[in-house]
Design a binder for this molecule. Sequence first.
Ligand code: ZN
Length: 104
Amino acid sequence: MSAGVPIWRCANCRAGYFPEPLLCPRCNGGTFEIGRVHEAVVEEVSVIRHMIGQENWQPRRIASVLACGGPRMTVGLRDESGPGAVIELFEEGTAPFGLAKNPA
Ligand SMILES: [Zn+2]
């Protein structure tokens, strides 16, 4: 697992995206700079209770989050963080996850 999640920032208008778009939906630019975001605020949480074709499925929490200085993205939640919580972003494989930020 690695800290942070990659985002693609349009070289022209600086809008951030995840995952990488073919063209910037905002300005149609096609050049992106890869950055990394480490923190996000949870906006909405939903629970996936069943998955077709999957036995032994454990309910999973996914969250729509707004990355600090970056785009809105969907991540897997690894704890009970709710809306408004600040989470730390990390990657497992190529999938983004979030976990409540430890108080400093
Ligand atoms: Zn753009």
